[in-house]
Design a binder for this molecule. Structure first.
Ligand code: C2E
Ligand code: CA
Ligand code: CA
Length: 695
């Protein structure tokens, strides 16, 4: 009995529910755990109770409610009956409180079915958590792998013992690592050796390289290093980790470096010509200051293209750009290796010559520049002639400081331009004062119209066939502060400032008003500036001036210079044709001085060619002048254009141009420009005067 008691105590204390069913499905034995699992009170179950009764009771207590007691009984007994082989057979049931109980039964002939019942609710929950964690980790690893392989940088992680933990594809690619070296566990030495082999070290032996790299790693420094590898630039960053390992990132920054260099270059160079720009030029010049201070000589040449504005305005920016490019190439050809050529903007270039022996060196280069730029350019099948003016300042004499030298070269350039362009000029003390004067002219000119300071003088043109005054040219004068300023001095300023537009209109109206009192067979010639053609209302303005003065359009001659036709710009040509359509005559002034006079004769049917007076001045001294005059007159005759010889001062010149068949002469020999009253007198007595000259 003591044995039975002992067994009872043991059964009571085993940590799971326990019961025995006889082969007739009668309850034989159970323990407290069993009761607790299903909620049976101490007296509620007895020995000999049928399985059916127990199931009814159990169901009423909230166990296995997922099925009916009858169904449960049926499947339970079927299970038990099916397993009488002595093997352990497991099942699960859901008991009160939603807990899961795992049952296992074993059959023996002597006892029947011994069934154990174990609450595995917690265990299930635990294993679910583990399962979830496992999935999560897997997902995270997939994400990590994707991240590691998708970053563009190379990434490599090493553990504290210098073994590869992970690296990505870009890392392998940057260093051309073979397959076997990207496997986890690869030794640092193997990788370093490989890096040496592919050229990561510029000097030293393989061993030295490995030792050096190991030392860097051992110092456990965070750091960035940049190294060159077969022409590529690689940036490496090293991040030590707490556990003694480290992560390194590797980035091919070749393109980035190149872009940065390009941006730096662009900021300091002109996009069109790739020459240094103003910023770069001034900075480089700043570096010359010290040498100048020691007495070394350097020259600054300021170069400005002549007539560039006209080319740009009339032929368009594309042609303008091409001119700048060709000009810069030609300028480049005149420089030495130590010189610095820059494009300062627009059509302005600067050349720093360092060092120079003497001012004469700079003059020689300036001369070469003027010749180089002066040669015709072929652009888009078109021949374009443009020139260059150069201003020179030589340091230290003309200044040591960059600012001073540049300013003085600019002043000298201004002087060169005012001297008729395509020439160079050195800086001279006092040029500043001249510039001030120019500013004063500019300011005065703005007020000239309203102050009535402008007046016209009139120079007659003698028609040789008719032997009478056929035409009179109106020439502008400016009476300013007690002196008469020449149009050659102020017209360029009026053009630059745009003042020529109102001034030109005043000239036309005034000239027509004066001419309206002359005999109807005397024409009036008025000079038009190219700038006036930019004004779209030019034709309307001319028409209204003619109407207002009641002068027939056929009596008006408009003189234009070749520079207007540098381009046969559509609008310019249309204006010319419109004017001509009204009956106005168009003359080409200063023929032979400009760019390529002959070709311009083809672009518009001029009525008159005025041969520039420089040919007249050279007539007796130069044979080619005579040949040119003869040719131009012949050309005019064959094209049906009349010709005027300008600047006829001597009988000899008159005889010559008359012999070649020129239509008209203009010049001091016959008459200088006259005040309107004097001219009116001359017109009244013109036959007498004319005969005197003509005979
Ligand atoms: P241009 O149209 O060639 O005018 C002729 C210039 O030659 C005038 O100078 C005249 O005085 C000068 N001249 C006439 N006969 C002789 C001579 O026998 N020998 C010499 N050496 N010179 C002679 P001016 O009046 O000083 O005019 C200079 C230039 O100014 C003109 O050259 C013309 O281009 C411009 N200009 C004058 N008036 C006007 C104007 O109203 N509007 C515009 N846009 N330009 C004008
Ligand atoms: Ca003229
Ligand atoms: Ca002229």
């Amino acid at each position: 009995m003591a044995g039975a008691l002992l067994l009872d105590a043991a059964l009571e204390n085993i940590p799971y529910g326990f019961c025995v069913w006889s082969p007739q499905f009668r309850l034989v034995m159970w323990n407290k755990h069993y009761r607790d699992l299903y909620g049976f009170d101490a007296g509620a179950i007895q020995r000999g109770m049928t399985l059916e009764e127990l199931i009814d009771l159990s169901s009423s207590l909230g166990n296995h409610t997922d099925t009916t007691p009858a169904d449960f009984y049926e499947s339970y007994t079927a299970d038990l009956l099916a397993n009488r082989s002595g093997a352990r057979c497991k099942n699960r049931e859901v008991v009160r409180g939603g807990r899961t109980v795992e049952t296992a039964h074993v059959y023996s002939e002597a006892l029947g079915w011994v069934v154990t019942h174990e609450d595995i609710t917690e265990e299930i929950a635990r294993s679910e958590v583990v399962q979830r964690r496992k999935l999560e980790l897997e997902r995270q690893n997939i994400r990590l792998d994707a991240a590691v392989n998708n970053i563009s940088q190379g990434l490599c992680m090493m553990d504290a013992r210098g073994r590869l933990v992970i690296c990505n594809e870009p890392y392998a690619r940057i260093y051309n690592l073979p397959e076997r070296m990207i496997k986890p566990g690869t030794q640092l030495e193997d990788i370093l050796g490989h890096l040496f082999d592919v050229g990561m070290s510029a000097s030293g032996t393989r061993e030295e390289y490995i030792t050096w790299r190991r030392e860097v790693i051992a110092r456990r420094e965070y750091g960035k290093t940049v190294h060159e590898l077969n022409g590529r630039t690689i940036m490496m960053q090293h991040h030590p980790m707490k556990d003694g390992g480290w992560v390194s990132t590797h980035e091919d920054i070749t393109e980035q470096r190149q872009n940065e260099a390009r941006i730096r270059h662009l900021a300091r160079h002109d996009a069109l010509t790739d020459l240094p720009n103003r910023i770069e030029f001034l900075e480089q010049m700043g570096k010359t200051e010290a040498a100048l201070g020691r007495g070394e000589m350097a020259a600054v040449l300021y170069i400005d293209l002549d007539h560039f504005k006209a080319v740009n305005d009339t032929l368009g920016h594309a042609v303008g750009d091409e001119v700048i490019k060709q000009a810069s190439a030609r300028l480049w050809g005149t420089t030495r290796e130590t010189d610095l050529l820059a494009r300062l903007g627009g059509d302005e270039f600067a050349l720093l010559m360092r060092p120079v022996e003497s001012a004469a060196d700079a003059a020689r280069v300036a001369d070469r520049i003027i010749k180089a730029i002066g040669a015709p350019m072929m652009i888009g099948g078109q021949q374009i002639e443009i020139g260059a003016s150069v201003g020179i300042a030589v340091g230290p004499g003309d200044g040591v400081k960059t600012d001073t030298l540049v300013k003085n070269a600019d002043l000298a350039l201004y002087k060169a331009k005012s001297e008729g362009r395509s020439t160079y000029h050195f800086f001279e003390a006092g040029m500043d004062a001249n510039l001030q004067q120019r500013r004063a002219i500019e300011a005065g000119l703005r007020l000239a119209l309203q102050r009535n300071e402008l007046r016209l003088v009139f120079q007659p043109l003698l028609g040789l066939a008719e032997n009478r005054i056929s035409c009179v040219e109106a020439l502008l004068r400016w009476e300013h502060e007690g002196r008469t300023i020449s149009p050659t001095e102020f017209i360029p300023i009026a053009e630059e400032t745009g003042l020529i537009v109102p001034i030109g209109e005043w000239v036309l109206r005034e000239a027509l008003k004066t001419a309206s009192s002359w005999p109807a067979d005397v024409r009036i010639a008025v000079n038009l500036s190219p700038v006036q053609f930019k004004n779209r209302d030019l034709v309307t303005m001319v028409r209204s001036a003619l109407t207002d003065a009641r002068v027939s359009p056929t009596r008006l001659e408009l003189e234009i210079t070749e520079s207007l036709l540098l381009a046969d710009s559509e609008t310019t040509l249309k204006a010319l044709h419109d004017l001509r359509g009204m009956g106005v005559r168009i003359s080409m002034d200063d023929f032979g001085t400009g760019y390529s006079s002959l070709s311009y004769l083809r672009s518009f049917p001029f009525d008159k060619i005025k041969i520039d007076r420089s040919f007249m001045a050279d007539l007796t001294s130069r044979d080619d002048s005579q040949a040119i005059i003869k040719a131009v007159i012949g050309l005019g005759q064959s094209l049906g254009m009349s010709t005027t010889a300008e600047g006829v001062e001597t009988d000899e010149q008159l005889a010559m141009v008359r012999a070649h068949g020129v239509s008209e002469v203009q010049g001091f020999l016959f008459s200088p420009p006259l005040a309107s009253t004097q001219l009116a007198n001359l017109l009244r007595s013109r036959n007498g005067k004319a005969r005197k000259v003509a005979s």
